[in-house]
Design a protein around this ligand. Structure first.
Ligand code: FES
Length: 195
């Protein structure tokens, strides 16, 4: 009996020591990793572009969702500004005190009209009460096409404000889109003539 008790006691002590050893080995080996959440937040915040918008709009537009594109944001902004400047070079924006007038002979109508260089050939004809053809009025179809018959390239006589339909050959034959054509010289125009 005594032997069994000693064996049991020894076993108990051994298990207890083992449990204590395990407890300390686990408790001291693990250390929590550093809290980097603040670093992550600050790094993400640094990628959001600064804007002049008031804070609420800044948040709604600039938000974290577009942070990845923030590096190129400045360049895009520059391009947009450039485009805005290009738009302001449209002949339509020529102020009245800088306007020049040119003699445009509308051959089919048998009339010559003074047309300002901030007015399209189509508008000037409509101002005369003529029913001239058109559709998009944006240089994206050929409904309003006409032909400058003064000789040579139509762009020697008009400025096209963003026409997208006529190629160099057609321009060279004098064709023009009257809805986006502003005179820069006297000219003779056949309306209703498409290439
Ligand atoms: S109306 Fe469409 S290009 Fe002039």
């Amino acid at each position: 009996m005594v032997e069994i008790s000693l064996l049991g006691l020894g076993l108990g002590v051994t298990l207890t020591l083992l449990a204590v050893a395990l407890h300390f080995s686990r408790g001291t080996a693990w250390t929590p990793s550093a809290d980097i959440s603040q670093d992550v937040l600050e790094r993400r915040a640094s990628t959001v572009p600064e804007t002049d918008f008031p804070e609420p709009m800044n948040r709604s537009i600039g938000g974290g969702g577009v942070a990845a594109g923030a590096v190129g944001g400045g360049e895009e902004g520059g391009e947009l500004e450039g485009e805005a400047e290009e738009e302001s070079t449209s002949p339509a924006d020529i102020p009245e005190d800088e306007v020049e007038y040119f003699e445009v002979e509308y051959a089919k109508q048998g009339s010559t009209v003074e047309v300002a260089n901030n007015e399209t050939l189509l508008e000037a004809g409509e101002d005369e009460g003529w029913d001239l053809p058109y559709a998009c009025r944006q240089g994206q179809c050929v409904s309003c096409a006409g032909q400058v018959t003064s000789g040579g390239n139509s762009e020697d006589y008009v400025v096209h404000d963003d026409q997208q339909m006529l190629d160099d050959g057609e321009l060279g034959e004098g064709y023009t889109l009257t809805c986006v054509a502003y005179p820069k010289s006297d000219l003779t125009l056949e309306t209703g003539e498409a290439p």
